[in-house]
Design a protein around this ligand. Structure first.
Ligand code: UDP
Length: 193
């Protein structure tokens, strides 16, 4: 996938449609875990303030432009990105296009009860999806990784906010095989509501 460097961050220059089908293909065929940062302007700013966080973002498999602010910024800097790819839309697109026999989902984050409520809502919207587990975002983070890894998910949505979610992905991605790990901020709150 073509990448464009914006303020030190390698954004993928693609469309939402292309990106979704690319990741869904990798989710079943890849050997390595795949990490996705959905970078809004707040995340871009955080990389400039926190060098460790910047490394987590730079070392992720893909960074997408979550929001029109990043796309406008890319144009002003003379390196325009094709379109915005909002994290919340990716959450829906991965579930909508999931293969019932192959794609297992795990929801992690939010206050107690939020991930479960989001899972119920997701099943109501996409009855074919297979959600293998949930965890709230305030317990022992290593324990959640062990629990999630034992369930062998293909997608984990991590909704513990930046920088925690990207830090968790960096520390725990090696425990997963071909899994897609994506930081989704407040998306489980929105989905559950
Ligand atoms: N959150 C969490 N654990 C924490 C801190 C935050 O699960 O230790 C959750 C919080 O409940 C909310 C989500 O992270 O559902 C997003 O939080 P925030 O609004 O701070 O992040 P942003 O959406 O701005 O990335």
């Amino acid at each position: 996938m073509k990448k464009i460097n914006i303020l030190g961050i390698p954004f993928v220059d693609t469309t939402k449609k292309e990106f979704v089908s690319h990741v869904l293909t990798l989710a079943t065929s890849n050997k390595e875990p795949i990490s996705i940062v959905t970078a809004n302007p707040e995340i871009v700013m955080l990389t400039k303030e926190n060098a460790q966080y910047e490394q987590y973002v730079q070392r992720s498999t893909y960074v997408v432009a979550d929001g029109i602010g990043v796309v406008i910024g890319s144009k002003i800097l003379g390196t325009p990105l094709r379109e915005r790819i909002p994290g919340y839309e990716l959450v829906h697109a991965f579930m909508k296009n999931a293969d019932v026999n192959k794609n297992r989902f795990f929801f992690y984050g939010g206050k107690p009860g939020v991930a479960e409520a989001a899972a119920k809502k997701a099943i109501a919207l996409y009855p074919h999806i297979n959600i293998v587990g949930t965890a709230d975002g305030y317990g022992d983070r290593d324990a959640v990784a062990t629990q999630a890894a034992s369930l062998k998910p293909d997608f984990i949505f991590i909704a513990t906010g930046a920088p925690k979610q990207e830090e968790w992905i960096a520390n725990h991605r090696h425990q997963f095989e071909h899994c897609v790990l994506m930081g989704v901020g407040g998306s489980l709150d929105v989905l559950s509501g």
